[in-house]
Design a protein around this ligand. Structure first.
Ligand code: ADP
Length: 476
């Protein structure tokens, strides 16, 4: 099948979170199954020169954005068998970060329009356009309205995957005519209307042929007021076309047997070597070098979503235990400062790394004993799967993808691969931490849970198959 995967980020060109991982791994898994899945993303100024140098320029033209004509260039790169298209416009995309600008609404409506515009000019007409999050959510609307008359789009089906419903892209009604060239009739419930404004995500959900989220539990949760971010009514309305498919992780990148970012490789057969990684990590981070102390890892965006107010509340109590904590993340200032404070107060016990560092993340997955992820909500979560793959036992709240991927440990049967709690409550979280610390003392049982986690299969194999079945169902 011919599939175009439209995304605002894609590893290794640009990644800020899970979407970047998915945009790399899912097309790769689909290609391995013999499908022609290509990826389209913005040509950000921060993409490394080694990739930019290899891109070939396909063509340039202009695109109407309201009353303006903007430059539109198309670069092309084939990497590891996957074909990538990069949409060029320095004014929109040559910035320090991919998101967080006053004109994000304009930048991504430009990108979305550009996707359809270039499809009328390149020799590739997909059967499916797979859009992701609000950044490309207007594509399903454009294709059924403004581009309705383009013959080659008549049979193209669209899927919109919601990676995180918190981010919806809400802008004033003027964007319809100013940026998208659409009429105000779309400012209604069947279109974009959201409290008098334009909501890109809502438009996409209404117009896409199929809507998916990244775990079955999250697909149910977003139909409720607590998780629905103001769109729970819409999610209930579209439940006939809403499904949850769990993400996977790329098993060739995330492989403790081959990972070049970790100092010692290990696998199921020689898992004790993991302790050499732990020692090296303690040394690298200036923590006390001790094999017997449980080392807990956190790798995350430092935001409310990830449960940091629970951690903030429990930090002193957590650190009363004989543990070490390593944190890698950036985000809200109050959490960054909180971790800085605790590593200042307990330099031998807490290491705070307030930065984004891919190789260090791999060393933390590999070098830690436990991985803490007490999210308030979690559409899927990839970090817990990476932790499992590297033998770091997850401690998670039972929500979204965390619930779907981390089976709780049962001390009577020895089944389960992590420690979980239900209520969003720091006391409950600490109970789960204490259960983990208790089991850690029993070396044999601990080895069992580590190996059970490493044996789970969260590769893309079965999820890619589910997407393919969906594509096929849609296009027949
Ligand atoms: P989300 O997409 O909500 O941020 P996920 O768990 O789905 O969360 O994916 C997060 C991805 O980003 C993982 O690959 C994780 O290792 C990576 N990551 C998060 N923060 C950092 C950081 N500070 N440095 C390096 N990698 C990070």
């Amino acid at each position: 099948m011919k599939i175009l995967f439209a995304t605002s980020e894609c590893y290794p060109f640009l990644k800020t979170g899970g979407l970047g991982d998915v945009a790399y791994a899912l097309p790769k898994a689909l290609s391995a199954m013999g499908e022609d899945c290509r990826v389209i993303m913005p040509n950000y100024g921060t993409i490394k020169k080694e990739y930019k140098d290899k891109m070939t320029h396909l063509f340039s033209t202009t695109l109407k954005v309201g009353w303006r004509e903007q430059f539109l260039g198309v670069e092309y790169l084939k990497k590891d068998g996957i074909e990538y298209y990069f949409i060029d416009n320095m004014y929109y995309f040559d910035r320090e970060a991919p998101y967080g600008y006053f004109d994000d609404g304009e930048r991504f409506s430009f990108f979305s329009s550009a996707i359809l515009e270039i499809l009328t000019r390149i020799d590739f007409v997909p059967e499916i356009i797979h859009c992701n999050d609000w950044h490309t959510a207007v594509v399903p609307v454009l294709i059924r309205t403004k581009y309705k008359w383009e013959k080659q789009f008549a049979n193209v089906k669209t899927i919109l995957t919601i990676h995180n419903l918190r981010f919806q892209g809400v802008y004033p009604p003027s964007v319809l005519s100013d940026l998208l060239g659409l009429g105000t009739e779309l400012l209604q419930d069947f279109g974009f209307e959201y409290f008098g404004n334009v909501n890109y995500m809502k438009g996409g959900v209404n117009f896409a042929d199929m809507v998916t989220t990244v775990s079955p539990t999250y697909a149910e949760e977003i139909k409720t007021e607590f998780f629905g971010e103001g769109l729970h009514g819409l999610m209930q309305k579209v439940s006939y076309k809403l499904v949850g498919i769990i993400n996977g992780i790329d098993y060739s990148i995330n492989d403790p047997r081959k990972d070049k970012d970790i100092p010692v490789n290990y696998g199921l057969k020689n898992v004790e070597k993991k302790y050499e990684v732990k020692k090296a990590l303690q040394e690298e981070l200036g923590l006390e070098i001790r094999q017997d102390v449980p080392l807990i890892g956190i790798i995350s965006r430092l935001t409310d979503q990830k449960g940091f107010d629970l951690i903030a509340h429990a930090m002193e109590e957590l650190l009363k235990n004989d543990i070490q904590l390593v944190v890698l993340g950036t985000g809200e200032r109050r959490y960054e400062d909180m971790f800085r404070y605790f590593s200042f107060k307990y330099p031998q016990k807490v290491s705070s790394n307030i930065t984004f560092n891919g190789p260090l993340a791999q060393r933390i997955y590999a070098g830690t004993d436990m991985f803490l992820m007490p999210s308030l909500f979690e559409p899927c979560g990839l970090s817990q799967m990476m932790a499992l793959r590297y033998g770091s036992v997850p401690i998670v709240r039972e929500t979204g993808g965390l619930k779907d991927t981390v089976a709780p440990y049962n001390k009577y049967t020895g089944e389960g691969i992590g420690f979980t709690f239900t209520n969003y409550d720091s006391y409950d979280m600490m109970q789960a931490v204490h259960r983990a610390l208790e089991l850690y003392k029993d070396k044999e049982a601990w080895r069992g849970i580590v190996l059970a986690g490493m044996r789970t299969d969260y590769s893309w194999k079965s999820s890619a198959r589910e997407y393919l079945d969906l594509y096929k169902r849609l296009s027949t």
